[in-house]
Design a protein around this ligand. Structure first.
Ligand code: ADP
Ligand code: MG
Length: 248
């Protein structure tokens, strides 16, 4: 594993967000160093998805500041375009384009927003499909693949944009149990290559072996965080203890 450098690539300062009258995020402060691997966990509805969606500006915030790779996300739409290219995201639902083949799914964004030629995009797509170990599925359509294979395509598709940061929002939650490992193995490979990763997941084995830091959220706040061993073996906050008691 590479050693994470010290410069924060993501910085959230005093972030507050409301949906109407409902405050979903309260005073979120978080620095992520380049190369750091973070697992975010917490009860359903605690604001995990909202927080990571704010990091690639799928959601706007009402107060505070988010900086990603030196770009202030509260800035103009050009800043947002810049960030979207640098931050890849993988969702619980794979969100592949059903009418495009696997390789076409991977070629679209690099051609549209990175200016790659068709040949370059295809070469890059095949490179990452090989990396997630499904080059042989390239000319099929998403519906012809298993859930685990589709999720690996979603990861390859994000990687084709050459992002500096990868966000995962419960990437294995919609999968049949026998397919969870193949997706986690792909994520472990990425971590070993030094990718900066924020993963919302309740896969605690993954968190223990891969995370540099585990963050626990409840009621829209970061309640507790620490290295996995300390977090799992000696949680401090009663809400963390209660949560871990339910899932472990
Ligand atoms: P988590 O990912 O931890 O389960 P979410 O970030 O999805 O939590 O949601 C946090 C809270 O915000 C929940 O109470 C949810 O119902 C609410 N919420 C999420 N998205 C919206 C939305 N678009 N409009 C209104 N409320 C929302
Ligand atoms: Mg969620």
């Amino acid at each position: 594993m590479t050693t994470p450098s010290q410069a924060p690539i993501i910085r959230l300062q005093g972030v507050e967000k409301w949906y109407g009258n409902f405050q979903v995020l309260t005073d979120i402060n978080l620095d992520v160093r380049a190369g750091e691997r973070i697992v975010i966990c917490g009860p359903s509805g605690s604001g995990k998805s909202t927080m990571i969606r704010c990091i690639n500006r799928l959601e706007a915030i009402q107060k505070g500041q988010i900086t990603v790779d030196g770009t202030d996300l509260t800035g103009d739409s050009k800043a947002i375009d810049t960030i979207r290219k640098e931050v890849g995201m993988v969702f619980q639902q794979f969100n592949l384009f059903p009418h495009l083949t696997i390789v076409e799914n991977c070629m679209l964004a690099p051609m549209r927003s990175r200016g790659l030629s068709k040949a370059e995009a295809q070469e890059r797509a095949m490179h990452y499909l090989t990396r997630v170990r499904i080059p042989d599925q390239a000319h099929k359509y998403p519906s012809q693949l298993s859930g685990g294979q589709q999720q690996r395509v979603a990861i390859a598709r994000a990687l084709c944009m050459a992002p500096k940061i990868m966000l995962f929002d419960e990437p294995t939650s919609a999968l049949d149990p026998e397919m969870v490992k193949e997706v986690l193995d792909t994520m472990i490979g990425l971590a070993e290559d030094g990718m900066t990763m924020l993963c919302v997941t309740h896969e605690m084995g993954f968190a223990r072996s891969v995370a540099d830091r585990v963050i626990f959220m409840a009621d829209g706040k970061i309640i507790e965080q620490g290295p996995p061993a300390a977090f799992f073996d000696n949680p401090q906050h009663p809400k963390t203890q209660q949560f871990l008691g339910q899932i472990l």
